[in-house]
Design a protein around this ligand. Structure first.
Ligand code: XUL
Length: 511
């Protein structure tokens, strides 16, 4: 059996798979807000950050590791787990002094992880992906390296506020003494993997590419980017390595305390999006994953690292080899829920009234569907923009918002240069039939929906099995199955309508 962990924004979840039966045999989760209320982080981060700061308490993540293993081991024998791999929310970073290695290497089962590791922290809190406080640092890094295009050519993305490099630079500027004392910087994913391995493990190319520090050609830390970010940074970063690397055996702590086998191996961690690419069975180009959540994300495997000339999209390492695109749209459910509440609708009415009562293309009524600042495209919206009256009937508003969201997604994913052959749709709103059909029509590709709630955790378990010799295609065939009867074909007669709607949307955005 193989274990996958996913340390996401709101929870740490764990999932055990049995490749022989093709079954997920155990799933447990620790919700940071509900299970660890002492950290006063109901949504997994410390509320009320100023100037765009969004940080989390790393001690909460340490406690959660103990708690998730307690839950896992309760009535279940962890001794037959052959290997474990982790996934984590991307970009977030933890800072430690030079006692970290000794602490990791001598963890005592009688004590807690938090009690033994938190003393090594040189930064009390960890900036996470929701942080937007580093605009100035992004500008400084960009200027030092020679412009957006150059940063993007090297790292796969322009300098991005939530990415780890700009976050490290901000720490160096705010507290140079603490930065100086810092001996090791980990991502959330590599930190959790390091605890399991009882030593600092390398950062994989999937999550490493979300730092504005990894050179996509050499797959090593980039000297110009390192220099532009903070002094002496290379020495503080773990090595960069392929995600299929086996880091070593699980720490004795987990053997004694939770009954893992001494031979259980720890595979390098990766970010939650690269991990979901594996968990959604989308590691070969042609299949696109669209995840509808608080923010919507669009990602797909790519052979060569093609970058977004506009600078909104990102290129990360694909855990199965090659690369992947990732585009994040901040106004996902945020906008769907805002309009639903504004119109006083419920979800089924959203589907029924909004999409069933209006024609494809909405007779030219278009909306830039942003209720707050957007990152793709990067603009400080505070309300949607319509080319029709704001008091139009609810059904027209709903269609305009949803068409606007997926036209915006189609427009801003064109740089990838691949036609979608199949779309795998996941996340809360994907269960809505009207929305799923709309995605099929706007992209003119079949849509399959996934029942798996935890694609990142499943991806981690599949990666663990793959690194130990199981064939990835066979694993994905067994575990990454769409929900029965969930496939929808595009209505071909809407192709022309959406081609002209796309042009109209682009014109509205430019205006
Ligand atoms: C991706 C990103 C988010 C986090 C969420 O760039 O910031 O998807 O990985 O966990």
């Amino acid at each position: 059996m193989f274990l996958g962990l996913d340390s996401s924004t709101q929870s740490l979840s764990a999932l055990v798979i049995d490749p022989a039966s093709g079954e997920i045999v155990r799933e447990v989760s620790v919700n940071f807000g509900a299970d660890l209320p002492a950290y006063k982080s109901p949504s997994g981060f410390i509320p009320g950050g100023k100037n765009g700061e969004v940080h989390a308490d790393p001690r909460m993540w340490m406690e959660a590791i103990d708690l998730v293993f307690e839950k896992l081991a309760d009535g279940f024998d962890l001794g037959s787990i052959e290997a474990v791999a982790c996934s984590g929310q991307q970009h977030g970073s933890l800072y430690f002094d030079d006692t970290l290695e000794a602490r990791l290497g001598s963890l005592k089962a009688a004590e807690s992880l938090e009690g033994q590791l938190s003393g090594a922290l040189t930064r009390a809190t960890a900036p996470i992906w929701m942080d937007t406080s580093t605009g100035e640092e992004c500008a400084e890094i960009t200027a030092a390296v020679g412009g957006n295009a150059e940063v993007c050519r090297r790292s796969g993305s322009i300098a991005i506020e939530r990415f780890t490099g700009p976050q490290i630079r901000r720490f160096f500027k705010l507290d140079p003494a603490a930065y100086e004392k810092t001996a090791v910087i980990h991502l959330v994913s590599s930190f959790v993997g390091s605890v399991l391995a009882g030593k600092s493990i390398a950062i994989d190319h999937g999550d490493g590419a979300g730092m504005n520090l990894l050179n996509l050609q050499s797959l090593d830390w980039d000297d110009a980017l390192l220099e532009a970010t903070a002094p002496g940074l290379r020495a503080k970063l773990p090595a960069a390595a392929p995600g299929t690397t086996i880091a070593g055996f699980v720490a004795e702590y987990f053997v004694e305390k939770y009954g893992l086998n001494r031979d259980c191996q720890v595979v390098l961690s990766t970010g939650d999006n690269p991990s979901s690419l594996v968990g959604m069975g989308a590691t070969t180009p042609g299949t696109i994953v669209i995840s509808l959540g608080t923010s919507d994300t669009f990602f797909a495997a790519m052979e060569k690292p093609v970058t977004d000339p506009q600078g909104f999209g990102h290129v990360f390492g694909n855990p199965a080899g090659g690369f992947m695109s990732l585009i994040c749209f901040r106004n996902g459910s945020l906008s769907r829920e805002a309009l639903r509440d504004e119109l006083g609708l419920d979800w089924s009415a959203f589907d029924r009234d909004g999409l069933a009562k209006t024609p494809a293309g909405n007779e030219g009524k278009l909306m830039l569907p942003f209720f707050g600042p957007e990152i793709t495209p990067r603009r400080d919206f505070d309300a949607p923009v319509r080319n029709f009256p704001a008091d139009a009937p609810a059904a027209e508003q709903v269609r305009a918002l949803l068409e606007g969201q997926f036209l915006n997604m189609r427009l801003h994913s064109q740089w990838i240069g691949e036609k979608a052959e199949l779309i795998r749709l996941t996340g809360g709103a994907s269960q809505n039939d009207g929305i799923a059909q709309l995605v099929a029509d706007i992209f003119q590709a079949p849509v399959e929906r996934f029942a798996i709630a935890n694609g990142a955790g499943l991806g981690a378990a599949l990666r663990a099995a793959h690194a130990c010799g199981h064939d990835l295609d066979t694993l994905q065939e067994a575990f990454c199955k769409p929900a029965a009867g969930s496939r929808l074909e595009p209505a071909e007669d809407t192709a022309d309508t959406y081609a002209s709607a796309l042009a109209g949307y682009q014109a509205l955005l430019s205006a």
